[in-house]
Design a protein. Structure first.
Lengths: 303, 423
């Protein structure tokens, strides 16, 4: 039996490793924390100040009431709400299904290529991907004009009609964002121990049963993470309808989304207080729903 | 807030493109159509450095001008020296202080530009940019609506050119029956409906009295225009395409006539990328009028140049403004210059070139002198409401008659939001 080192020394060594890790962790976190403070927390505090004041004087909820009574507010809430439902449902379903499918492909090169292809659109910035979609969606120049015409659309105006727009925006957002999430989910699937999947197979579970009973429950955290981030991003819908507004000569209105309304308040009506009120409403909604998903998804539980 | 922050940051970057007051560089915001004119200035005045920032000229009431100025006001820096806008209602906000920042637009009379120079504008040209006797901008061009027709096609079909809106509608019926596919105009952009059709019909759609905004789409004048549009959209002699879209250009050889602004001359007929007319085919005729109405017409924009009240180089700005509105070669940028001497030169040049058949100069002068004065210039545009309500509505097969109440409501809502009392 080899001599065991005295416990004191072992705990001492572990302590120093932990301390070193802690120092490196701190070094990694500090720049982020500074940026968060400068570009996240301070602007938020400023927005809170603006939202409850007018010309520097405290006015309670007056700015909020003004915004809620604005004839553009409810339609904007509705637009963003429908978009979020369409997009988030499609995102969760398709990303999970696609990730599991790609993961089950045995051939390494094929699976790698698929992941790469899914990821490519994510490399384009929001505005430029909208530009690309403008060409796809305009029947007069679209490479898939025959598809659009088969669906009865003969002009860009008819494609971006208000009742279809949430779907159009969801397709654009899915196309840009889903690839990255598929790669993340793929990583999550790789984390599931081989033995667990083997045991399932031995017990007679097919691919669907395995996905439903093993893989998806073990991916819960990641799915919650995706929903939280996507929800926060989705409520801030701005670039896509803004570019579409310009390109469709105003058919997609300039007040389509809540963030656009906030933009109009600030820069068309010079009412930064009303603008801040809208931002705070968005923040509050995103915060509440994020908290729900964080706890439901067990995001902060240790594995 | 990632996205909006990114956008704001980009917008900030755009607006703060070097305003190098120290070396007197003039920062000019203008649209692509104005670019050749600005370049002509740079060539003519090498002693003044110009930094041209090309934007959309706020076309379609996109609000680019106002949003970027608001951003500069908030930042306390980054104002341009000269701005071009295709809209002629910007004086409504640019003449006012916002959140304690001085009005953006420089008052151009009262000493900034000499009275003698300002007298050179066509009478009435500066009315849309004059608030309480102060002139806040210089019109680039006048844009009265006249009637353009292709006399070769009309002769071929054996039709007479209409002179009234009633005849125009009747011509549409004949064309639709005998030569389907040929057409008489477009309402696919947000400007044709309000400015060409309703304005010409003396429709009280867009009026301002003091701080009160009025709109009445149920007025008999408004209704007759709505009926005309519905009738001609139904028989397809009015297209729902945009004048600048691919499908309008593809069908341009079937355009028989079109009521439209003076600037259609350069933007459509003499533009190789648009109608690209053959010399001698098209006639610029006096505006169409209603049989029971006054002999008046509409007006489609006619851009405006603004000087910044923040400029560090007022002398450079003065030189620039004088050149850009009155130089006989470039003033008007393809349309009818607002400056009388440049307008005369342009009209004579057009008449001499013989590109347009008929009495070009007479038609344009008649139109310019008969713009209906009942249209208002508040701090918003009828175009955004048109684009939001009417364009998609017509595309979905609805009629003006069905949509006009919603349009009126949308304009009134917009008026209320920017602070007008609504009647």
């Amino acid at each position: 039996m080899p001599p065991t080192p005295p416990p004191a020394s072992r705990s001492h060594r572990r302590g120093s490793v932990e301390r070193a890790q802690g120092r490196i962790g701190l070094a990694f976190v500090t720049p982020y924390a500074l940026f968060l403070l400068a570009f996240g927390l301070l602007p938020t505090l400023y927005a809170i100040y603006l939202a409850f004041t007018k010309k520097g004087a405290f006015v309670g909820f007056a700015n909020f009431l003004k915004v809620f009574k604005d004839y553009r507010f409810l339609p904007a809430v509705e637009h963003v709400g429908i978009f979020l439902v369409v997009w988030l449902v499609a995102l969760v379903l398709l990303v999970v299904v696609l990730a599991i499918m790609v993961h089950s492909i045995g051939m390494r090169w094929l699976s790698g290529t698929m992941r790469f292809v899914y990821y490519i659109p994510g490399a384009l910035a929001g505005a430029s991907s909208v530009m690309l979609w403008l060409f796809v969606l305009d029947p007069t120049v679209s490479p898939v004009a025959f598809l659009l015409e088969a669906m009865g659309f003969d002009s860009l105006v008819s494609v971006v009609q208000a009742d279809r727009l949430p779907f159009v925006l969801a397709i654009i957002a899915f196309w840009t964002g889903a690839g990255g999430w598929i790669v993340v989910m793929y990583g999550a699937l790789n984390n599931i121990p081989r033995e667990v999947l083997e045991a399932a197979r031995v017990d007679g579970a097919g691919p669907i049963r395995t996905a439903w009973s093993i893989q998806i429950p073990l991916m819960r955290k990641w799915i919650a993470y995706m929903v939280v981030l996507s929800f926060a991003g989705g409520t801030q819908l701005f670039v896509e309808p803004r570019v579409l507004a310009q390109a469709s000569r105003g058919v997609v209105s300039q007040d389509y989304s809540l963030n656009q309304l906030a933009f109009l308040y600030a820069f068309k009506q010079s009412d930064f207080n009303g603008s801040a009120a809208i931002s705070l409403v968005l923040l509050a909604v995103a915060l509440v729903l994020s908290i729900v998903f964080v706890f439901k998804g067990g995001l902060f539980e240790r594995a | 807030m990632k996205r909006v922050h990114l956008t704001l940051a980009l917008a900030a970057l755009l607006t703060t493109t070097p305003v190098l007051a120290e070396d007197g560089t003039l920062t000019v915001w203008a649209d692509a159509t104005r670019q050749p004119a600005v370049e002509a200035f740079i060539a003519a005045h090498p002693e003044i450095k110009v930094n041209l920032v090309v934007d959309d000229g706020s076309s379609g009431a996109s609000g680019t001008f106002q949003t970027k100025i608001s951003l500069a006001d908030q930042a306390g820096e980054g104002w341009p020296d000269v701005v071009f806008s295709t809209q002629n209602n910007d004086a409504a906000w640019a003449s006012k202080e916002t959140n304690g920042v001085q009005p953006f637009a420089q008052v151009l009379n009262e000493g900034f530009l000499d009275a003698e120079f300002l007298k050179g504008f066509t009478p009435g040209a500066l009315d849309p940019v004059t608030v309480d006797g102060k002139v806040y901008g210089l019109r680039n061009d006048l844009a009265p609506v006249l009637f353009w027709y292709n006399k070769t096609l009309l002769a071929e079909f054996g039709y007479d050119a209409p002179t009234t809106w009633e005849d125009y509608q009747a011509l549409g019926d004949k064309l639709a029956a005998e030569h389907p596919g040929y057409f008489l105009g477009a309402i696919g952009d947000s400007f044709e409906g309000p400015y060409v059709y309703y304005w010409s019909g003396e429709a009280p759609i867009f009026q301002v009295e003091g701080e009160t905004f009025k709109s009445d789409t149920a007025h008999p004048n408004s209704k007759k225009v709505s009926d005309l549009i519905d009738h001609m959209v139904a028989n397809k002699t009015l297209t729902l395409d945009s004048l600048f879209g691919a499908s309008f250009v593809a069908n341009a050889s079937k355009l028989v006539a079109i009521p439209g602004a003076a600037w259609y001359a350069g933007a459509l007929f003499q533009n190789p990328g648009n109608v690209n007319a053959k010399a001698g085919d098209w006639v610029a005729a006096p505006p169409l009028t209603w049989k029971d109405g006054a002999k008046v017409t509409g007006n489609v924009g006619g851009g405006v140049w603004y000087a910044s009240s923040h400029t560090a180089n007022p002398e450079g700005v003065k030189t620039f403004l004088k050149f850009i509105v009155s130089d006989t070669k470039i003033a008007g940028t393809g349309g009818l210059p607002a400056y009388q001497s440049a307008a005369d030169a342009w009209l004579d040049g057009q008449a001499k070139s013989g590109f347009f058949a008929g009495d070009f100069k007479g038609a344009i002068s008649t139109a310019a002198a008969s713009v209906w004065s009942g249209w208002g210039y508040p701090n918003f545009s009828p175009e955004t409401a048109w684009a939001k309500v009417i364009t998609p509505g017509l595309a979905a097969g609805k009629t003006m008659t069905e949509l006009s109440a919603d349009w009126q409501q949308e304009m009134k809502n917009e008026a209320q939001v920017v602070g007008y009392t609504v009647e």
